[in-house]
Design a protein around this ligand. Structure first.
Ligand SMILES: Cc1cc2nc3c(=O)[nH]c(=O)nc-3n(C[C@H](O)[C@H](O)[C@H](O)COP(=O)(O)OP(=O)(O)OC[C@H]3O[C@@H](n4cnc5c(N)ncnc54)[C@H](O)[C@@H]3O)c2cc1C
Ligand code: FES
Length: 285
């Protein structure tokens, strides 16, 4: 009892766990997929998360920032982080080499309600870096294929060079149990074999019943309005549209109020919100 009280007294939720970069794979000019592992083997094996959750990543002497977990909880031992250079911390992270030591704490956020989504069709709609958290959900669903009805991925990027996980996603096109619709906005040299246009141009290729489908959407803010209008036109209920939203964060655990929107905290109540939640919260999209 005393031991438990002492542990609780000295437990510091802000303390990151030491981690190392196991491998890094370039995705675009400014985005890298990092495979990382906790130094503590027990923690590495026991770390569990839900698709859609994020971690706080810290680079010594630089700072901390939130990054979505891009790997599914079905694959243990390492964690995938897909990081785009945006400023101090993310640039410092890119500058680190293999085996470099950094800090990680989490997982945080609500994640996708996968238990509720199971038994339904899954429509994943991603734009740009928004594919990072949705990759976790996609791979989770593919690893639990029998628990979902149809699985459809719609992913759009500006051009082929901006396309994330390109080899992995193109290889899915050979599978019969997932429909993959991929588009780039610009293809000046005609090298792209998929669709050319916006991700919303892919909607006419869909043939699904909105009543038993969950749509998971993540992308740049401008994408949400057009995607949501299309989903509502198809008959989606507001509660079946799940959006992953980004706000500036500090603590990640509901203490600092940096990420508050109305009466909600993006780090605790989100980052996954239904469209119904969103229209009841001012300024969320
Ligand atoms: C829940 C969540 C999940 C995220 N997942 C990923 C991910 O998987 N991969 C990834 O590359 N990035 C992700 N981000 C964004 C990432 O956290 C920011 O790019 C990062 O905080 C920038 O930190 P920095 O120190 O490198 O840049 P800074 O030096 O802090 O800032 C660089 C610029 O980016 C702006 N900025 C900082 N944070 C954000 C933000 N959250 N949204 C928009 N602009 C911001 C700043 O105002 C500044 O203009 C996520 C953010 C959130 C909230
Ligand atoms: S980041 Fe501190 S309350 Fe959400």
């Amino acid at each position: 009892m005393i031991q438990f009280a002492q542990k609780a007294l000295f437990y510091n939720p802000y303390l990151p766990h030491p981690c190392r970069i196991v491998a890094s794979t370039p995705q675009t000019e400014d985005t890298m997929l990092f495979k990382v592992r906790f130094e503590d083997d027990k923690l590495a094996e026991e770390f569990i998360h839900k698709p859609g959750q994020f971690v706080q990543v810290s680079v010594m002497g630089t700072g901390e920032c939130p990054i979505s977990i891009a790997s599914p909880p079905t694959r243990h031992g390492t964690v995938d982080l897909c990081i785009r250079k945006a400023g101090r911390v993310t640039e410092a992270f890119h500058a680190m080499g293999q085996n470099a030591l950094f800090g990680m704490r989490g997982p945080y956020g609500n994640g996708y309600p996968v238990d509720v989504m199971e038994g339904n069709n899954l429509l994943i709609i991603a734009g740009g870096i928004g594919m990072a958290p949705l990759r976790s959900l996609l791979l989770y669903a593919l690893d639990h294929r029998s628990k979902f009805k149809d699985i459809i991925l719609m992913y759009g990027a500006r051009n082929r060079e901006d396309f994330l996980f390109v080899g992995e996603l193109l290889s899915l096109q050979g599978r019969k149990d997932v429909k993959t619709l991929l588009a780039v906005e610009h293809d000046p040299d005609g090298a792209w074999e998929g669709e050319v246009g916006f991700v919303t141009d892919l909607f006419h290729k869909l043939d699904i019943n909105a009543n038993n489908t969950y749509a998971a959407v993540c992308g740049p803010p401008v994408m949400y309005k057009f995607v949501i209008n299309n989903l509502l036109d198809m008959g989606f209920s507001k509660g079946n549209i799940l959006m992953s939203l980004e706000r500036k964060m500090k603590c990640g655990i509901g203490k600092c109020v940096h990420c508050s929107v109305g009466f909600k905290y993006t780090c605790l109540d989100g980052p996954i919100f239904t469209y119904w939640d969103a229209i009841n919260m001012r300024e969320i999209i």
